[in-house]
Ligand binder design. Structure first.
Ligand code: ACO
Length: 428
């Protein structure tokens, strides 16, 4: 930290505030005393210029297209690491040593089962329930089953709750899928990897052995890594805000899942694949690009644009490469991949997209891979939630341990009626 300051000029004079310096990235004006000293708030809908917390987990430089987890570039992690290793890194701050990773894998594998009564809970949902509806409900309900890890003031309980959430999420997501297609739930098999186990619980059946395809397992694991955390995005901020009141971790993660569901956030991968299918043929791309540019048409190119990245989303690059690999290995050809490649080229050379700095985001190619692996589109956001749970719990733990943490309570610019007297119904 330095002694640099920033001046804010108001009608009644200048106010001086400390300028905080992170390890990298923009400086931050510490305006915590602004209201007390001036009686004024700042106005920032969508928090485009607001740092809501200090964090040492993830760093993004949107202009340069850089994403680092605890300092490590996402492409190195996606290429060389595993989801379990990244989970450890996000939670604990450093990459695990060999024995630490073995122990972490062991702990996570010992928390994969759900309380048996939770299976009954599933049966309360309609068969056609969206998996995200089930995920919100079941994850929230975990707080009713695991009372021994809901005391957030106890770091040990927080760690157990974090392990439980990371470990149970694949079981919960796979069960949501099985329920929707009317197949029996499969119990976890702890001899498999985190990702292999998830694939088996999703695509296996009790009637026969399931063989995990190592190519698919690797691709899925990479997709999980690419979705593991992303700084203070909408769902992570939701988890932090819910957690700031002292709510238990299961309830907080359920809140994050609800936020992630929206098409502007986690729901975009589902929307992107639906859009690519709707376009269907490279010949129709021009028509859709024109629609995306038309101010009178609400249509947007799904999987394009990002609040923070004003350059290529580094995750999209890895995702595109993975899509090519998976389709090749599975000997599949998908016309949707041709549409995606061509659409990307056309959009990236179009003045509208160049000027607004709209590039493909992580969701543009992920749907193609998930579809090739065999997931229905409704499952896409559930997979995102599964992976992002790691980031959510890491951010939640960081927040609870932060001595500067306060209950989140934004203020407002009030534009409603001023005080007026009540008039009885008959006299209005
Ligand atoms: N297609 C066409 N035009 C777009 C698109 C798009 N996908 N995205 C943004 N624009 C335009 C807007 O119309 C706006 O134009 P204007 O300045 O003339 O009004 C300008 O670009 C800026 O867009 P905003 O919506 O103001 O940017 P914001 O940062 O608020 O939104 C968002 C970012 C929500 C991701 C947006 O780009 C979008 O809706 N993209 C499609 C949905 C999507 O892919 N979401 C996934 C995000 S990644 C994730 O959550 C994992």
């Amino acid at each position: 930290m330095t002694n640099r300051t920033a001046k804010i000029s108001t009608g009644s004079g200048d106010l001086t505030y400390p300028l905080l310096e992170g390890s990298v990235g923009p400086d931050v004006i510490d305006i915590r005393k602004l209201y007390g000293e001036s009686g004024m708030f700042t106005y920032d809908p969508g928090f485009t210029s607001t740092a809501s917390c200090q964090s040492a987990i993830t760093y993004i430089d949107g202009d340069e297209g850089i994403l680092l987890h605890r300092g490590y570039p996402i492409d190195q992690l996606a290429e060389q690491s595993s989801f379990m290793e990244v989970a450890y890194l996000l939670l604990h701050g450093d990459l695990p040593k060999k024995n630490e990773l073995e122990e972490f894998n062991y702990i996570i594998s010992r928390h994969t089962m759900l309380h048996e009564q939770l299976a009954t809970f599933y049966r309360g949902f309609r068969r056609d329930a969206h998996p995200m509806a089930i995920m919100c409900g079941v994850v929230g309900a975990l707080s009713a089953f695991y009372h021994d890890s809901t005391d957030i003031t106890d770091p040990q309980q927080r760690l157990i709750a974090s392990h439980r959430l990371i470990a149970k999420m694949p079981t919960i997501a796979a069960m949501a899928y099985k329920y929707s297609i009317g197949q029996p739930f499969l119990y976890p098999d702890n001899s498999l990897s985190y990702t292999g186990n998830f694939l088996r619980m999703t695509f296996g059946v009790p009637a026969e052995p399931y063989e995990v395809n190592p190519i698919v397992e690797k691709a899925m694991d990479r997709i999980f890594i690419l979705h593991a955390d992303h700084e203070q995005n909408a769902s992570t901020s939701t988890v932090r805000l819910a957690g700031s009141s002292g709510a238990n971790p299961f309830a907080c993660i359920a809140a994050g899942i609800a936020c992630l569901w929206g098409p502007a956030h986690g729901g975009a991968n589902e929307a992107a694949l639906n859009m690519l299918r709707e376009i269907g043929d490279v010949k129709r791309i021009k028509e859709y690009v024109a629609r995306a540019k038309d101010k009178n048409d609400p249509f947007r190119l799904m999987g394009f644009g990002h609040r923070v990245y004003k350059n290529y989303d580094p995750r999209a690059k890895v995702m595109q490469q993975t899509a090519e690999e998976v389709l090749k290995e599975l000997k599949l050809s998908d016309p949707v991949l041709d549409v995606a490649r061509e659409l990307e080229q056309i959009a990236l050379s179009d003045e509208y997209f160049i000027e607004k700095k709209l590039y493909p985001n992580v969701d543009f190619y992920s749907g193609i891979i998930l579809n090739a692996i065999g997931f229905p589109t409704e499952m896409f956001t559930a997979l995102f939630a599964l992976a992002r749970t790691v980031g959510w719990v890491a951010q939640w733990n960081e927040m609870i341990s932060d001595p500067e943490q306060k209950i989140g309570r934004p203020r407002q610019l009030y534009v409603g009626a001023t005080q007026r007297d009540y008039v009885p119904a008959g006299k209005r």
